[in-house]
Design a protein around this ligand. Structure first.
Ligand code: CTP
Length: 399
């Protein structure tokens, strides 16, 4: 499952406004983006690598000739979802327009197929110079996004067009280019994923086939939309998501505790996890001998969703129902009501379908009605549909 859309390379050119990119990094992170900074050599006369490393929380790449074995320009170029260069100097505009590849940043630009957004900032005379404007025109004709500079006071006494724009305008351009909305900024989203395991003895457990992919896709999509996300994952081999608070659990009791601990601050709870409905009454200390292994006495686990449903307040609560057979919809409608949900997704898992897959098929159900039927869509698509609903509900609640 490839989760894409958050990785940004921030190229920093050698202009006095380079310090403004420090604010840009923070604002990009607020919107759910993950930023890797690639400064040019001349920009380091204005701001040093330590600033970029501290703000981005990542290694700063500034040299084509370091770590050559890992081919950094190709690696970075492939990984990123967009390249933003702020500030872009007149020299950088010229080098990009002519296809030069004389430093790490220009190599990445040539090696990447991701959208390129340039944020020029320079003195008005330089910006209006015919050569600079010709480069801007050429780059735009090739599909490069060149943000218009702001008008106002420059360094020194000059006034005119050429100022580094507000971070919000750059992020708006980036979000429009990538077609991303940050409608969940300022909201906390709690997601559960995977399948719990209930020990029978030190070797065996009662578990299920949930891979965690739907929950991970949901957490990723929520983070991409600017939410502060906590993901409680049970026994999933999906890798941690950067920028998401990750909690790994195993049993239904552990998941119950983790959800309870994070429920208060949550605005949206999406329970994709397959939680065991029962656990062995006794867990044997030693491995059970096969001759004494005829039946296991079970005791129910807490129905987490039902419990938080009873004290949900104005939170948005979304549940999942994994069903087989004809009466799936009736059961999902019943669970929707019993657990006091705002939405439930009915997965048809007949024959083990859906588990481990990157695709899902099922029905989005609300108040006894099927809102939408999905056939073989990606788990990210479903995640965004559920989050669209949550964002709409939160928006209404805040009117
Ligand atoms: N759930 C929960 N706590 C449990 C069991 C389930 O929070 N102990 C949540 C799941 O995360 C899911 C929904 O409740 O969002 C599923 O409800 P459940 O009644 O368990 O349905 P299924 O497991 O789909 O089916 P069944 O009732 O047949 O077990």
């Amino acid at each position: 499952m490839t989760l894409r859309g958050r990785e940004i390379i921030l190229g920093v050119g050698g202009g006095i406004s380079a310090y403004k990119s420090a604010d840009l990094i923070r604002r990009l992170q607020d919107h759910g983006f993950l930023v890797t900074v690639v400064p040019t050599r001349s920009s380091q006369n204005f701001v040093g690598n330590a600033t970029w490393a501290a703000l981005s929380g990542r290694e700063v790449h500034d040299d084509l000739w370091s770590n050559v074995h890992s081919v950094p320009h190709i690696d970075l170029a492939k990984k990123c979802d967009a390249i933003v260069i702020a500030p872009t100097t007149a020299d950088l505009l010229s080098r990009i327009a002519t296809g030069r590849a004389d430093d790490l940043l220009t190599n990445i630009i040539l090696a990447s197929t991701a959208p390129l957004i340039l944020v020029p900032a320079m003195h008005p005379e330089m910006w209006l110079n015919a050569a600079v404007q010709a480069n801007v025109g050429l780059l735009r004709s090739r599909g490069v996004v060149v943000v218009e500079p702001d008008e106002g006071r420059m360094t020194g006494s000059d006034v005119g067009v050429g100022r580094y724009p507000e971070s919000s305008r750059i992020i708006q351009t980036l979000s429009e280019t990538l077609d991303i909305k940050a409608d969940l900024k300022g909201f906390n989203v709690l997601v559960t994923a995977g399948g719990t395991r209930e020990a029978i003895d030190p070797v065996r457990y009662i578990g299920n086939h949930s891979s965690g992919k739907q929950g991970f896709a949901t957490a990723f999509a929520a983070a991409k939309r600017g939410a502060k996300v906590t993901l409680i994952a049970a026994n999933s081999d999906q890798p941690d998501i950067e920028g998401v608070e990750m909690l790994r659990v195993s049993t239904a009791d552990q998941m119950h505790r983790a959800v309870t601990d994070h429920f208060e601050e949550a605005n949206v709870v999406i329970m994709t996890a397959a939680v065991a409905d029962a656990k062995p009454l006794q867990v044997n200390d030693g491995k059970l001998d096969k001759n004494s292994y005829h039946s296991i006495e079970l005791t129910p686990t807490v129905d987490i969703l039902k419990e938080i449903g009873q004290r949900k307040g104005d939170r948005v609560l979304i549940g999942f129902a994994a069903q087989t057979g004809e009466d799936g919809l009736a059961k999902a409608i019943e669970k929707y009501a019993q657990k006091n949900l705002d939405l439930i997704y009915l997965n048809d898992v007949t024959g083990g379908a859906i588990f481990g897959s990157d695709q899902t098929s099922g029905m989005i159900v609300r108040s006894g009605e099927v809102v939408e039927e999905l056939h073989g869509v990606s788990k990210l698509t479903l995640a965004d549909k559920l989050l669209d609903f949550a964002a709409h509900k939160l928006g209404l609640a805040h009117d």
